[in-house]
Every structure is written in structure tokens, then in C-alpha cells.
Design a protein around this ligand. Structure first.
Ligand code: PLP
Length: 1024
């Protein structure tokens, strides 16, 4: 059977002939380029004035009736769509939308001219974010809304792609698929479709649909902010069919090549439903219909390729379709149905209300799981959520220590039983099986679907209600359930359901048999110990299950946060069956409410990162963890120097807080030891220290010292410098006083241009250091001319807010010489870049081979604890002691000093300076390689783990690319990497992670960065 359908034979018109037709019928002269098409012959026609059109010569089988329907559809859809771009037909010279033309072989065709819809095909466009898919669904819904009401005309026309004929088409064409396994998949999908369709068919709504929302018909105009503009072309496959076939077709293509295809479908369907509400029965058939479209694509594709091997369009997406079909065979169709229901705001599990009603009715009759009630003083609810100190403290412990910790906790509460909550977001499910690759990067399963009852191993548990042993299995993997029993319950007056009991003792499995009836209240099993229960503290995980799907002996006990609503409909709250109240169900933090409270209580100048702020509840090493237990790689927090929430820091802080925390007016070894250790890290003569509470306070004090010592006020500062948030610091911070809301520098502050090799005044590395130092000299000379001296010259040892800019060679050395020659002091602000961050040296001023007179410290010094320091010489400190006492209530207190000491210990013990050097150098080298691939990257700079990546629209002009930088930051955030921008042009990606950031973190960052740099909005020099 090697036949070719007439409808697949495309009209025979050469480019030249088509050009003539265009002139004859529309009076325009264009250059033509053939476009892909399955049945029609299409040309892109471009006029010399830049106007572009598509000339469509229809297949000879196309009837006038059908083309009229199409034209009507184009107009109706264009009218209804607010944002979407749909081409409506241009009239010919006679004012008609259609012209009749004849090919050289005599066949007659209809000719149309439509505007060219600009954009990338959706197949080429990336990223397909959730918002993008929602928008796509919305456009699809709007088009269906516009088209479905067009009156039905009986057309003598049968298309291969019509869903109402899918069974016949597949049966007829299936043999063209040569791969046996694939053929088998198609047959099985068809069986599922037939079974599901049979009772529904007569009830499904019908109407005109576009019927070909494929990834080459959707055109996308990339944007750097907000969702991109979408367009839709090719109404040639319009048909009068099931309305639900429209989103089914769109889903089939939107799901291609996605990490989690169902996730893509869910967003599309949600968008569709918002514009054109779907009915329950339509959702029932939707998943099988998606399979059908894929099967059609594969079978027809196989057939067409035989007949027209040169037509590339036919082969497109075959491979992806094949892979998708394979993956969708692992999906339980009922699960997909529940997901789709949820996407359309329906209860995911349809009979949940029935179950809830029954449960309420019989609530009093459940037997006690432990043989005694749980709602007594003996029970206490545990907080095991991502942000709880209980989890954070116990996570790193051995099982024995964890048990001790739990026992102590229970004793303190006068309790014996600990209850772990339903729907709690927990961050401790650390195994790979719990990670799902999603449109938002890795998503971890964190939402607990059962209730945990923590009691000693060996405790007997009883069946709360009569049931049959349905499954018994020992789930032996680490952090799994261990021995597990699932009972099936069929109450006389309620729906069937299951209960799951995990982490039991192995011995009890032997005593149970599947099919065995267990009466309510009889002993079912015993609680297992840590050696057999998956490696947990002894407890039972109890869960209600309304649909077991195809799981056999194991069943998800923890869900993805993005599927929480669906799973809690399938696995409802077990609290009632256990006799527990609402306290055993975790409440989700409402981000909107939190945002409002923040807005109401904090001053408005306090900013929040990201378009959609993150709720961060915990830090751990180089990660921040959100309220849903998701981990974000923190690439910007140099304050959490030795890692977020380092346990040694927490211990040092807590231990000292038990003992003493007071000011420096008493003799005490703790602060002296710390000051000695800190000063010991500096070159002589920097050996004297003042302890303060922040970087701002350190700089404020440095200003006072300088002014007192040399009796001067004038300061020399760098353009774009930032030194702190106090009044005097704002005065010496051009970044602030020259920025929004600033009032410029006071007369005693003198600014030199930023020593910035990439973009600054002087760019030759051989001479820039000297030339920028000459700018310092000029100010000194000017002051001298006015009979003044500089009080001090203050400079960060690498520039932070200026855009992570390392100083040019020789700059500090020569500047210090000039300043000192004119009687000023030299202050190095190491608040951002001290403590080994530069890798090569402990202090970044050492990169410039200088010794300052005063060094100010902050941020990393206390790993987040408010601590700062001013380090200077004995001589200067003596001159500052002019009789006025220096007192600081909190500076130098023992708790802060213990924390500071712990930071230094950890740095040493964990070799963090060396890590900064190795990881930082490796990352910088790789970023430089990326620069060679992506012209958007103009400059890569920095030292150790203090790097800057400057984005530019054009490597020649170096025009900053702030929108691209923002896009990158937002996209990386959505992929769970935290970065931010810096620099006067807001176009520098700043990179200063906790010093525990390691090689695999760097690799991960590079993979994600590369991926985002490849995305469509980054490919063009978009300016708005
Ligand atoms: C270079 C520099 N100096 C001083 C400060 C002020 O430190 P703090 O915010 O701890 O007062 C900052 C803060 O960002 C800084 O970047």
C-alpha cells in the first residue's frame, strides 16, 4: 500500500509564477521565498518597502466553502484576541478575499494574501515557562471561543488530522509505523481512548476548531520582561469537531521535550480554562486525546515521509513525539485527569466530597491507632517544617543523637508521643528520587501526605477500621518506608479507600497475608526500629489513599509542592481518623498576606528582591531554603561567609549567651583573645582594634579617627563607592548621594573617577593605575592650594557597588603615596572583600601590595551576626584617644566575639580561603570561555569568590545591557539560583557566594547560566 492522497499533493507553482500572480491580483511586486506547508503552497513575499506577506495557494481539493469558513475564523479570532496576532486576509484588486488561479498543469486553486506574522516558531522559542504556557493556553481558549460558534456548513472534506475520525485513521495508517514497540504503544493508546470515549462521545461539545495548535503554527516575539507576544497561523486544518480536541492538540505539542510533560499540559489547560471553561467530561477524555494527537502525528508522519521524503516539515517533531508517547505511557491516566481537574479549579479527586461526608458521619467510631486516644496531654505536635529549629538542629545528628534530642523535647513538653504534621513542607528528604526536573529547575518533593506518630519501636498499632490486607511490602531503600502495609476498606455506607502504614517492623510482615481481613481495633503490626524502617527514628507514617493508581506496595508519602492541592485531594487529611484536631495539619504561609504585613510595618525604602519575592525560612551552607522546602543556590551572600546557619557558629553564639554578654568595661578574656587573633591576621603596624556592630559603624568610626588625628575633614572617595547607611557614610558614598533620592556630595567630599579598566576613563592596564592615582593627587593638590589637607582617602580594596571591579595595578600604592605626602590617612574598606574572599590573600588590600592606616571590617566577620571592626596602628589609636571616651554598648560583647572567633576557626578548619582561590579561579576561567561564545558577556573580572560579569548589548560600544541582566537574574531565580546585579549601568552580575560554594555548585551555575544565555530573549539586542 503505497498511496498518496490528493490532498497531500501540494499545488505546482514556481516562485516566478507565484510572483506574477501576486502582481496580477494584488498589484504588488515582491521577492518570494517558499515556506513550509503540508498541503498548500506558501510563499513569504517581501516588498521593497519592507512590508511582508504570506501568499497562500490552496490545495486543489480546498473548496470555496471551506476557505470562507477559514476567513471568517481569522477575522473572529483576531477580533477576540487582545494581545495575540492573527493574520486576517487582504482583499485583492477587486476587493475580494480570494482569487481563482490556474497552475501550468491546469489545476484550479484559490489564492489568498495575508500579513506575515513575525516571530520565532514555538518549537524554536525558549523558554517555555509556566507563564508562557498559561498564555499559550489562554490564546488557545480564546481562539476556540471565537471559532466554535461559526455556523456549521457541511463540507465534503475529510482531513487526516480530525479527532472525530482518529480511530479510523489510526487503524488505516498504523501499519506505516515500522517500529513494533511504537506500533504497540499506539495501539494501546487507541484502546485507552476507545474505552474512555465510548460513554462520553455523544455528550461532548462540538464546533469549529483551529485543530492545529502545533509548535510551528504558534509564533512568538521574545520579550525581556513579561510574557512574550504570541501569534497563530495556518487555519488550514480547521475542522468541526470536539471542542476539547483544541487544547488536546495544543498540549500534545507543548508537552514535547519538557522535563515534566504533565506540568506543561497543566499550565496550558489552566490558561485555556480561564478563557473557555472546559466541562468535566471533556477533562475525562483530554489525556487520551492528547495521546491520540501524538499517535496521529506519528502514524501520518510515517506515511507521509514515505511519500514525500524531501518535505522536512513532515519529519519535524517525530522523534520528540515518540519520546513523549513513551513517557506518557508511564502516566496513570486517572492521575492526569485529576491534575487537569485541579487546573480547571475543580476538586482534583472527584469523590473526595463523598469520602469526607462519610468520614465525618462515622468520625466517632474509628479505633485508636495506638490502642489509646492521641488527643491527650501525652501527645505533642512536632514542627518538622523546613524552617523549624527542630529540623535544623537534628538534621546533622546521628540517629542516636536524634532520638536523644526527640526524647528531651518530649520530656520538656511532658509528652510521650510526637506527631509529625500532614501537608508539612520538609526539607530533609535528601535522596535523588525525591527530586523532579520541572520548568522551574529541580523541584523537591517535600509535602508530607501522611501523619507521623513517633513512639518507640515495638509499639503495637491497631487498625482504625475494618479492612483487607491489600499489599504488604518491605521498601528497603534508604529513607523509604521500610516494611509497609496497605489496607483496603470498603465501608457499607461509604466509598472505597485505602490506609497505608509505613516504617513497621519486619517481623510483622510475616504474620500478615494479602487478602486477610483485619477488623477495626485489632492489632495490625508493630513499629519498626531504625535498622529496618528506612533509617528513620521509630515512628509510623499513616496515610489515607483514595486512589492507589498502579502502585504496588509503595506509594508516594511526600509530594511536590506544585502538586500539593492535587495530592491532598487524593490523600486527604488523616487527622480525623486518628482522632487528632487541626493542629496536626500544617498551614501554608500566605505570601500575599506576608507581603502586606511587611508593607504595613516596615518603611517603604526597604527593598525586596525579585518580581515575586521569595519566602526564605532557612539557610544551610550555600543554600537558602524557601517555605516549601526548596533549595536555592545562593551566589550573592558574602555575609554568610562560612555558610548559612553554620552549626559551629550557632553553638558558639548559644554557648557564650549562656555565660556572659556584656560591654567592654570589664576585663574579660573572650574579647581580648578575639581582638588579638583578629589583629594577628594583619601586617604590622596594624595591631590595634576597635570592635563595633556593623560595617557602617566601622566606617563612621574610621572617619572620626581620621578627623581627630589630623584635624581635617576633607575626604577623597571613589565614584560609585558605598561605605554604609549612616549620615556620614552616605556623605562619602557617591553610589548613594549621587543616586535616586540623593542630594549630591557635601563640599568636604571629593570624588575621583572609578578606576574601571573595562569602562572607565583610563583603560590601558599598563598605565591606568598611575593615571587614576594622579586623579587622587589632583585633589590633594587642590586642597593644598586651599590650605587644607585630606583627612583621609577611603577606598574599597575591590569595588562592590561599583560593579565588582578589581583595582588596576599600582593604583592604591601610588594613591597612598600621594595622600600620605599631603598629610592624609589611607582607609581600606574591606567590609565586602575581606576574610580570604580574594583567594590569593586574606585581605584584598594585599592584592595591591599596600598597608593601609585604617582597615574597616564588617559583613563576613560575624557570618550574619552584627559585628564589625576598625583595625589601625597603636600610634593612630593613641592620637585618637584625646580624652573623649569611645564607648560602644554592643561592640566587643562576648557573644559577638565568640561568633567572630568561630568564623576564623571554621575558615581555617575548612580551608575556605583555598576554596575561594581554587573554585573562584576555575569559575572565572569558565566564565571567560562563555564570554567567547556569548557576545552579551562584555567582561569577566574579579578575584577568588568575588567576580563580576558585565553584560553589554555590543562588545564594541559596550552599551550596558541592564534588561538582559535583570532577565538573567529572574530566570536563574526561577531555576533556583540566586544572583543579583550591580554597577552604575545595573548590568553587572555580581557573584560573591558563601565561601563554602564548591566546584559542583560552580558547575551547576555554569550549566544554568549557559542555558539561560541560549534563551530566545537573550539572542536579540532587545531594549524594551
Ligand atoms: C563596602 C561597604 N562598606 C560598608 C558597608 C556597610 O556595612 P553595613 O551594611 O554592615 O553597615 C557596606 C554594605 O554593603 C559595603 O558594601
Amino acid at each position: 500500500m503505497n498511496k498518496s492522497l490528493p490532498e497531500l499533493e501540494r499545488p505546482e507553482f514556481s516562485e516566478q509564477e507565484a510572483g506574477l500572480l501576486l502582481e496580477e491580483n494584488y498589484g504588488i511586486c515582491c521577492t518570494l521565498e517558499e515556506l513550509p506547508g503540508e498541503r498548500d503552497r506558501n510563499y513569504l513575499a517581501q516588498e521593497h518597502n519592507g512590508e511582508s506577506y504570506v501568499l497562500k495557494i490552496s490545495n486543489s481539493c480546498e473548496t470555496l466553502e471551506f476557505l470562507k469558513v477559514q476567513n471568517n475564523a481569522l477575522e473572529s479570532a483576531a477580533m477576540l484576541l487582545e494581545k495575540g496576532r492573527i493574520p486576517s486576509v487582504y482583499p485583492n484588486k477587486n476587493g475580494e478575499p480570494l482569487s481563482r488561479v490556474r497552475s501550468t498543469n491546469g489545476s484550479l486553486h484559490w489564492l489568498r494574501l495575508v500579513p506575515y506574522v513575525d516571530g520565532l516558531s514555538m518549537a524554536e522559542y525558549r523558554p517555555h515557562t509556566r507563564e508562557f504556557l498559561l498564555e499559550l493556553g489562554a490564546m488557545c481558549g480564546t481562539v476556540t471561543k471565537a471559532l466554535h460558534k461559526i455556523p456549521l456548513r457541511t463540507l465534503d472534506r475529510r482531513l487526516l488530522w480530525e479527532m472525530h475520525n482518529v480511530q479510523d485513521t489510526l487503524n488505516e495508517y498504523l501499519t506505516w509505523i515500522k517500529d513494533k514497540k511504537l506500533r504497540n504503544r499506539v495501539s494501546r493508546s487507541l484502546d485507552l481512548y476507545k474505552r474512555t470515549m465510548e460513554p462520553l462521545e455523544s455528550k461532548l461539545r462540538r464546533g469549529w476548531i483551529h485543530n492545529d495548535f502545533n509548535d510551528y503554527n504558534v509564533l512568538v516575539l521574545p520579550k525581556l520582561a513579561g510574557t512574550p507576544d504570541l501569534g497563530l497561523i495556518d487555519f488550514g486544518d480547521m475542522t468541526h469537531s470536539y471542542l476539547v480536541a483544541e487544547p488536546a492538540v495544543a498540549c500534545a505539542y507543548a508537552m514535547l521535550d519538557k522535563p515534566d510533560p504533565l506540568e506543561a499540559a497543566v499550565h496550558l489547560i489552566r490558561g485555556f480554562h480561564q478563557r473557555f471553561p472546559l466541562e468535566e467530561i471533556e477533562l475525562e477524555i483530554l489525556f487520551p486525546m492528547i495521546l491520540m494527537r501524538l499517535c496521529l502525528s506519528l502514524t501520518i508522519g510515517a506515511f507521509q515521509q514515505q511519500n514525500d521524503p524531501k518535505n522536512e516539515y513532515l519529519g519535524i517533531s517525530q522523534q520528540h513525539a515518540c519520546e513523549l508517547l513513551e513517557r506518557l505511557h508511564e502516566v496513570n491516566p486517572r492521575f492526569a485527569y485529576y491534575l487537569f481537574r485541579d487546573a480547571c479549579n475543580m476538586e482534583a479527586f472527584p469523590s473526595l466530597p463523598e469520602f469526607s461526608k462519610w468520614q465525618k458521619k462515622v468520625a466517632g467510631s474509628f479505633h485508636f491507632l495506638l490502642g489509646e486516644p492521641l488527643n491527650t496531654e501525652k501527645t505533642t505536635v512536632l514542627d518538622l517544617s523546613a524552617g523549624s529549629s527542630f529540623s535544623a538542629k537534628s538534621e546533622g545528628m546521628s540517629l542516636e543523637a536524634q532520638q536523644e534530642f526527640l526524647d528531651t523535647y518530649l520530656r520538656e513538653k511532658n509528652a510521650e508521643i510526637g506527631v509529625g504534621k500532614y501537608l508539612e513542607a520538609r526539607s530533609f528528604y535528601a535522596v535523588d528520587e525525591f527530586v523532579n526536573d520541572s520548568l522551574g529547575g529541580h523541584e523537591k518533593r517535600t509535602i508530607h501526605l501522611g501523619i507521623d506518630i513517633c513512639v518507640p519501636a515495638g509499639t503495637v498499632i491497631y487498625a482504625p477500621i475494618k479492612g483487607v490486607v491489600h499489599q504488604i511490602q518491605d521498601n528497603k531503600s534508604e529513607l523509604d518506608y521500610g516494611p509497609t502495609v496497605i489496607l483496603k476498606h470498603q465501608p457499607e455506607d461509604g466509598p472505597m479507600f485505602y490506609t497505608l502504614y509505613g516504617h513497621l517492623s519486619r517481623e510483622c510482615l510475616k504474620q500478615l497475608k494479602t487478602g486477610q481481613i483485619v477488623s477495626g481495633g485489632t492489632a495490625l503490626a508493630k513499629i519498626g526500629d531504625s535498622n529496618e524502617n528506612g533509617g528513620w527514628l521509630p515512628h509510623v507514617h499513616f496515610q489515607i489513599i483514595l486512589d492507589l493508581f498502579d502502585y504496588d506496595g509503595n506509594y508516594p508519602g511526600v509530594a511536590l509542592p506544585s502538586r500539593k492541592k492535587v495530592w491532598c485531594s487524593i490523600c486527604p487529611d488523616p487527622g480525623m481518623m486518628l482522632g487528632l484536631g487541626s493542629e496536626s495539619t500544617a498551614e501554608e504561609i500566605d505570601s500575599g498576606q506576608l507581603l502586606n504585613r511587611r508593607r504595613n510595618v516596615f518603611g517603604q525604602s526597604l527593598s525586596l528582591s525579585y518580581q515575586e519575592p521569595l519566602i526564605i525560612v532557612r539557610g544551610q551552607g550555600q543554600s537558602l531554603i524557601d517555605s516549601k522546602g526548596q533549595f536555592y543556590l545562593d551566589c550573592v551572600n558574602n555575609v554568610a561567609h562560612v555558610g548559612h546557619s553554620h552549626p559551629d557558629i550557632a553553638k558558639a553564639q548559644s554557648n557564650q549567651a549562656y555565660v556572659l554578654n556584656t560591654n567592654t568595661r570589664y576585663l574579660n578574656p573572650v574579647n581580648i583573645e578575639y581582638a588579638e587573633r583578629l589583629c594577628g591576621l594583619f601586617p604590622e603596624p596594624l595591631n590595634t582594634c576597635f570592635l563595633v556592630c556593623s560595617g557602617s559603624e566601622a566606617n563612621e568610626l574610621a572617619l572620626r579617627i581620621a578627623g581627630t588625628v589630623n584635624g581635617q575633614k576633607d575626604m577623597i572617595v571613589l565614584e560609585e563607592a558605598y561605605h554604609g547607611n549612616t549620615k556620614a557614610n552616605i556623605d562619602i558614598s557617591p553610589y548613594k548621594h549621587n543616586g535616586p533620592g540623593g542630594t549630591g556630595p557635601p563640599e568636604w567630599v571629593h570624588q575621583i573617577p572609578m578606576p574601571y579598566l573595562y569602562r572607565g576613563l583610563y583603560r590601558d592596564p599598563a598605565t591606568a593605575g598611575k593615571l587614576y592615582a594622579d586623579e587622587v593627587l589632583k585633589i590633594c593638590e587642590k586642597l593644598f592650594g586651599q590650605g587644607k589637607k585630606p583627612a583621609a582617602f577611603i577606598c574599597e580594596s575591590m569595588l562592590g557597588c561599583g560593579g565588582h571591579v578589581p583595582l588596576p595595578d599600582g593604583f592604591l600604592k601610588q594613591s597612598y603615596q600621594h595622600v600620605r605626602q599631603y598629610g592624609g590617612l589611607c582607609i581600606a574598606d574591606e567590609v565586602q572583600v575581606g576574610f580570604g574572599r580574594a583567594g590569593k590573600h586574606f585581605w584584598s588590600f594585599e592584592l595591591q601590595d599596600v598597608v593601609p592606616d585604617i582597615v574597616t571590617l564588617g559583613k563576613p566577620i560575624g557570618n550574619g551576626h552584627p559585628l564589625g571592626a576598625v583595625i589601625t596602628t597603636q600610634k593612630i589609636a593613641k592620637e585618637f584617644a584625646n580624652g573623649m571616651e569611645y564607648f560602644n554598648t554592643f561592640g566587643g560583647n562576648q557573644v559577638s566575639c565568640s561568633v567572630g572567633m568561630a568564623v576564623l576557626d571554621i575558615m581555617e578548619n575548612e580551608g575556605l580561603q583555598q576554596n575561594a582561590l581554587e573554585t573562584g579561579s576555575w569559575l572565572k576561567e569558565k566564565l571567560e570561555m562563555l564570554k567567547n561564545v556569548f557576545p552579551l558577556i562584555g567582561d569577566v573580572r574579579g578575584e577568588g569568590l568575588f567576580l563580576g560579569v558585565e553584560l553589554v548589548l555590543d562588545p564594541e560600544t559596550r552599551e550596558p545591557a541592564p534588561l538582559q541582566a535583570d532577565y538573567l537574574v529572574e530566570r536563574l531565580k526561577s531555576r533556583k539560583i540566586l544572583l543579583s546585579t550591580e554597577g552604575p549601568g545595573h548590568n553587572v552580575l555580581k557573584f560573591k557566594p558563601p565561601m563554602v560554594f564548591n566546584h559542583s555548585d560552580a558547575q551547576h551555575l555554569l550549566v544554568e547560566l549557559r542555558q539561560v544565555l541560549h534563551e530566545s530573549p537573550m539572542q536579540k539586542n532587545l531594549k524594551a
